[in-house]
Design a protein. Structure first.
Length: 556
């Protein structure tokens, strides 16, 4: 899942200033006096009379149609409005959602038994609703950015439908009766129920979608089956959610109203949190304020490992990145240690592979060049660039795109400076775009290099590696490798053991290291500010699939 102007390349002096927190991109408010008060925690476990919460969701959603989005901010809203066959508990474990139970004898034919549940308009949630929704994801008419998700899940005929070679109604999904859904796969996928947690496979109400078309997501029209309903959507201002009395587990829901804000600026997020206007912030704290926030706010700063990777993807269809030597040279020359530890500095770990090492079933890959000195890496990078025709007489010029955000800007400025310092003959133009425009630019290959971020859709290495398979709808670099595709296909062979699967994933990472469709930078940590009176927030979920239904507000 994808995470949420032109500037001249800055000098090394600015890089050093960034590294030691002497300047801040976009600024940030000074910490108020009385830090000891900010550290205090709520002692009472008694619920507040008013159960309302304000959460910063990080960006304005491009849509609230689960089949037409691909970003973390969109999923943050839709997770409250819709519930899939499976969902996650507060610690990130896969648990029953609309399906009370499921079974499969061969990991190819899966039977999901639905619970008695209603849509927010009172309609019963049926197996046919899910069958319709899954067909809609793969239907080319929907143009879902996650169309390939069901192909990666090996749902029968999914790829043929995406390619326009079969009709959506041939997808391997069937409502056996109103409460029983059968999903047929072309290959055994042992982690298939975990994949059904994702936003793209959440259901929509067929009747409402067919009657209202694109207007079905508007307040007053939106019909969901989740714990909350859409009360208000003021674009670039706020989204207001209200408790859904028709939700099957409403009796265990506490918060009655939630206001979600689209604040993309980390310093603004912090300033409004300190002013008491936000109860739960976004996981993108200002790098220059991180240590002071940790000292000042104590355990209000929630930090945990996260299954997300930050990288710079390179458009393999356009010069100069259609040449793998150029891609590999830039990957080698990027001083990740300085960028991650001195510029970012929130506890992230340097990434030498795409998949975060905390992912279940991962066998870490370490490239040979990890042990090389900085000088060795730069020498090899210059050699590769010379072979590609670049050097002092012919500079390497390209544009680096990122979405508007102070932290992304700081990282891009630092990366550009580090590349310039290491190679000399590199000229990088930095361009920022707002979230929706940036997403469109990447999807339509209107970029040379772009800031990328990917968070796991489920806790398994394929959730990352599948995005770089040939033809994957999230493969914005348009990378293709028959060897890479073949290795991933082998992971789903019926006789493949978990140990063999881990070895195959490691080999796939080795192929990426040679081809370098993206320069991996770091593996995220989840770090957000949460008021001490907000109960139920867990730091144990590595996918950060927080749900308002698990939260409550204590007296304070």
């Amino acid at each position: 899942m994808s995470t949420s102007g032109k500037h001249p390349v800055k000098t090394s002096a600015l890089l050093l200033a960034l590294a030691f927190g002497l300047t801040a991109c976009g600024g940030g408010d000074k910490a108020p006096a009385g830090g000891s008060d900010a550290k205090s925690t709520v002692q009472s476990g008694e619920l507040a009379e008013k159960q309302e919460i304000v959460i910063n969701n990080g960006a304005e959603p491009e849509s609230l149609d689960p089949h037409k989005v691909s970003g973390v901010p969109e999923s943050g809203v839709l997770r409250q409005l819709l519930e899939g066959l499976t969902t996650t508990d507060a610690d990130g474990n896969t648990v029953p959602g609309m399906a009370e139970k499921w079974e499969s004898e061969d990991n190819k034919t899966w039977i999901f038994h639905l619970r008695d549940a209603k849509w927010s308009n009172g309609d019963p949630v049926t197996a046919e609703d899910f069958a319709y929704s899954l067909r809609r994801v793969t239907d080319p008419a929907t143009a879902s950015p996650y169309a390939s998700y069901l192909a990666d899940a090996k749902v029968a005929n999914a790829q043929a439908i995406i390619d326009g070679k079969a009709k959506p109604d041939t997808l391997g999904v069937k409502a056996i009766d109103p409460k029983t859904l059968e999903i047929t796969l072309s290959e055994p996928v042992p982690y298939f129920p975990d994949m059904m947690v994702h936003t793209s496979v959440k259901p929509v109400n067929p009747k409402v979608v067919q009657e209202l078309g694109d207007k079905w997501t508007a307040p007053g029209n939106f019909v969901g089956n989740g714990a909350y309903t859409l009360k208000e959507w003021a674009v670039n201002s706020q989204i207001v959610l209200e408790r859904n009395p028709n939700y099957y587990n409403d009796a265990k829901t506490t918060i009655n109203k939630a206001i979600l804000l689209p604040i993309a600026s980390p310093p603004t997020d912090v300033a409004r949190y300190k002013a008491g206007e936000i109860d739960m912030g976004y996981t993108d704290l200002p790098t220059e304020q991180f240590q002071s926030l940790k000292q000042e706010l104590g355990d209000q700063l929630k930090v945990a490992p996260s299954l997300c990777t930050y990288y710079y993807e390179m458009n393999t269809t356009k010069a100069p990145f259609d040449n793998p030597k150029v891609r590999r040279a830039l990957a080698l020359a990027l001083d990740r240690d300085t960028l991650v530890n001195k510029v970012i500095g929130r506890g992230e770990t340097v990434a030498y592979q795409y998949t975060p090492n905390a992912t279940q079933g991962d066998k870490p890959f370490e490239p040979e060049w990890k042990s090389w000195s900085k000088e060795q890496r730069i020498a090899e990078a210059k050699k590769l660039l010379a072979e590609a025709g670049y050097g002092d007489g012919k500079p390497l010029n390209f544009e680096l795109l990122y979405n508007t955000n102070e932290n992304h800007k700081k990282a891009a400025v630092a990366a550009s400076s580090l590349w310039k310092e290491a190679l000399g003959f590199v000229n990088i133009t930095l361009t920022n775009q707002e979230w929706k425009t940036y997403l469109d630019s990447r999807r339509t290959q209107k970029f040379q290099m772009a800031r990328g971020g990917w968070c796991a859709d489920y806790n398994e290495p394929s959730s990352f590696l599948n995005t770089l398979k040939s033809g994957n709808s999230n493969n914005h670099a348009k990378y293709t490798s028959a060897q890479f595709d073949s290795l991933l296909d082998k992971t789903l062979h019926p006789d493949t053991t978990p140990e063999q699967r881990a070895d195959l994933y490691q080999q796939a990472e080795a192929v990426l290291d040679v081809d370098q469709p993206q320069a991996n930078v770091y593996h995220y940590v989840s770090a957000r500010l949460v008021k001490p009176y907000v109960a139920g927030y867990s730091v144990k979920d590595p996918m950060d699939n927080w749900q308002i239904k698990n939260l409550s507000v204590l007296k304070h």
